[in-house]
Design a binder for this molecule. Structure first.
Ligand code: SF4
Length: 677
């Protein structure tokens, strides 16, 4: 039996694993003992990461839409038609009428090429991806505070923490390997504080569980820092030597009293005092957060509030300290790093810099626009109004995963050209004019960058089904048809070009990656990579504290819609379920959509476990099975996002964080009714 070392396809932990191959098929998966982060462990999704690969529903041929039908075509015909339509739209409506949604599931090389295709081939900066809906506030908030929007330490460094504050992260379910390091620190004696409206598994194991009302994070984090400042638990030397903006921020905190925090967030002032003592007195304190922080209309402010807390207490640049945003997709970090964003090139080099633009213009041999592009949601609303005419979607399913999905469906139908590339048919391929079948992670070469900035190889273990191709191959083909040079013999050569243009990746090369990969910044070919950022200095000189102020969520419960609806993931499924719902052991665990309800709320409404209920917001209604859980506070509902038959995003609201442009996905006013038999 052959064993091929690769990287897990699911969450941003980036665990190393072996694919076991027999007769050209994947027959098993085992963990990689030598991997520096996962150290011979995998969660259940990792163990089953090979199961969907040979599924009979894989897309195997390009498809073209003919009226209501999708008919088989050749690659030449499909790409020829796509290029012809893209050129026609470009000529008639200008480059800004085109856009590209790249993939957080795709490789770095594919994201780099798609970014290049958009900017150099289509002439637009309308390029974005799903980070817009998960960690755009991290990129914006940490980028502004620290000069880098990435995790500041290595996951394993959490083992050395004396106190860990986990905010808005169901870590044991969504990032199980990160949870293992938190629990290892906990068993070593570290104090654990978990802030989450739901009593997650980690909250059950914590020294202190804070249960804020959804959407009130800014107020309680500010108040926590206020107590820390008042009790003089701050690190004055760090503040003076390495930060700016402390005095102004401290002044703004004076009104953020524990009484005010208790009134707005529901967290008792005594609990805030305990949290302040634990976090403020710790020698090494770390902050871990996920989408419970970022998927808010105030997401960037919440990230800044957490950065203020870490900086004021000097918890930065040392083992066991820092800020740990947990990325959802396996390569959402890499897609951001590759510049699949509307305002930056790879390595977050700004479009607005003439010197940066000139560097890319010279390398790519074409003039580039300085006009910032549209974000993912803005592209869809431009399609709705008719100003965006052509959209390339690679490895994303916006028809199910984007907020207010009924409106998204309508917008996608307005396009003159919708080109979608994926591994399985889904709600978005069903609308596409051109569908391209992709090779999955086990069928191609490339790199992913994990949430701890670890750039790692994925290796080809089996052949793709039918005529499916690695995305980098067809993107090169389309680039050539659009008049660009794209003579890359391999993904390694794409990485080589990208590394030449991207200082933080300059030292990354395939031959250096081995089983462990390298963590960026890696500025030269002899650099060992960087586990901990901001050790001696911040890239922008001083880190910036900034006052942030609480704003009420755009939708709050009222008599018509008395519940707060929260959306998210479950342990056994991933994103829109494209892969996990085709993995029989995972699908067996959670085969159907459900909504979590507090048992007391259920009793008042006459609901019992397993009953069918309708969840309704101002945007739509869906049916799901009632699941009674006392870990959810009264007045709250939780819906997973994985199910096409109950699309949670049909219910979520459109309110946008003005800085990062993320939608408010965690707070929607909702009502519940029983489906009568
Ligand atoms: Fe894969 Fe994440 Fe599980 Fe690791 S923790 S095995 S990366 S899903």
């Amino acid at each position: 039996m052959e064993k091929v070392h690769t990287t897990c396809v699911y969450c941003g932990c980036g665990c190393g694993l072996f694919m076991h191959i027999e007769g050209g098929r994947i027959v098993g998966v085992s963990p990689s003992p030598a991997h520096p982060m996962s150290r011979g462990r995998l969660c259940i999704k990792g163990w089953l990461a090979g199961d969907f690969v040979g599924h009979p529903e894989r897309l195997t041929h390009p498809l073209l839409r003919r009226g209501d039908r999708a008919v088989k075509s050749t690659w030449d015909e499909a790409l020829g038609l796509a290029a012809k339509k893209l050129k026609s739209i470009q000529r008639r409506f200008g480059p800004q009428s085109l856009g590209v949604l790249t993939s957080a599931k795709g490789t770095n090389e594919e994201n780099y090429l798609l970014m290049k295709l958009a900017r150099a081939g289509l002439g637009t900066n309308n390029v974005d991806h799903v980070a817009r809906l998960c960690h755009a506030p991290t990129v914006a908030g940490l980028g502004s505070a620290l000069g880098s929007g990435a995790m500041t330490g290595s996951i394993s460094s959490l083992e050395c923490s004396d106190a860990i504050l986990v905010v808005g992260s169901n870590t044991t379910e969504q990032h199980p390997l990160v949870a293992s390091y938190i629990l290892r620190a906990r068993s070593r004696g570290a104090k654990l504080i978990v802030a989450d409206p739901r009593k997650t598994r980690l909250a059950e194991l914590a020294d202190l569980w804070l249960s804020p009302r959804s959407g009130t994070d800014v107020v309680w984090i500010n108040s926590l820092l206020n107590v820390i400042v008042e009790q003089d638990l701050i690190d004055r030397q760090f503040i003076e030597e390495r930060t700016a903006g402390f005095e102004e921020t401290a002044l703004s905190l004076r009104e953020q009293t524990p009484d005010k925090a208790e009134e707005i967030s529901g967290i008792a002032r005594t609990d805030l005092a305990r949290a302040a003592a634990i976090f403020g007195k710790a020698e090494r304190a770390a902050i871990v957060y996920a989408m419970g922080v970022t998927q808010h209309a105030q997401g960037t402010d919440i990230v800044q509030a957490l950065a203020n807390l870490a900086l004021a207490t000097g918890n930065m640049g040392r083992e066991g300290t820092g800020i740990y945003p947990l990325r959802g997709h396996q390569n959402v970090q890499g897609a951001c790093d590759m510049g699949a964003l509307p305002t930056v090139f790879s390595g977050y080099q700004p479009l607005s810099s003439p010197a940066v633009r000139a560097k890319f213009e010279t390398a790519w041999g074409t003039a580039l626009s300085a006009e910032p592009g549209l974000t993912a949601l803005e592209m869809l609303w431009a399609a709705e109004t008719g100003s965006l005419k052509g959209l390339i979607v690679v490895g994303e399913n916006p028809a199910l995963s984007y907020p207010d999905s009924f409106r998204v469906l309508k917008a996608l139908k307005e396009l003159e050209l919708l080109l979608v590339c994926d591994i399985f048919p889904n709600e978005t391929t069903a609308l596409a004019d051109v569908v391209l079948p992709a090779a999955c992670f086990a069928e191609k070469e490339g790199t992913f960058t994990s949430t701890e900035r670890r750039v790692q190889l994925i290796r080809k273990a089996v052949n793709p089904p039918g005529e499916a191709r690695a995305e980098w191959e067809w993107i090169c083909d389309l680039m050539r048809r659009m008049g660009l040079q794209a003579d890359y013999p391999s993904p390694a050569s794409i990485m080589a070009e990208m590394a030449l243009l991207t200082p933080s990746y300059s030292g990354i090369a395939y031959e250096r990656l081995g089983l462990a990969g390298l963590q960026w910044p890696c500025p030269s070919k002899d650099h060992p990579g960087t586990g901990i950022l901001h050790v001696d200095c911040f890239s922008q000189g001083r880190a910036r504290l900034r006052p942030v102020y609480y704003a009420q969520p755009p939708e709050i419960p009222d008599s018509d819609y008395p519940f707060i609806l929260n959306t998210g993931r479950s342990l056994y499924h991933f994103h829109t379920g494209t892969m996990t719902r085709r993995t029989s052991l995972l699908d067996r665990e959670i085969p159907a959509p459900f909504v979590d309800i507090n048992p007391e709320d259920a009793r008042i409404l006459g609901l019992r476990e397993g009953m069918r209920v309708i969840v309704e917001t101002r945007r739509g209604r869906i049916a799901a099975e009632a699941h009674l859980v006392d870990r959810l506070p009264r007045g709250n509902l939780f819906l997973p996002i994985h199910f096409t038959e109950a699309p949670a995003n049909a219910l979520t609201c459109q309110s946008i964080d003005p800085v990062s442009k993320i939608a408010e996905l965690k707070v929607s006013a909702a009502r519940l009714e029983r489906v009568m038999p």
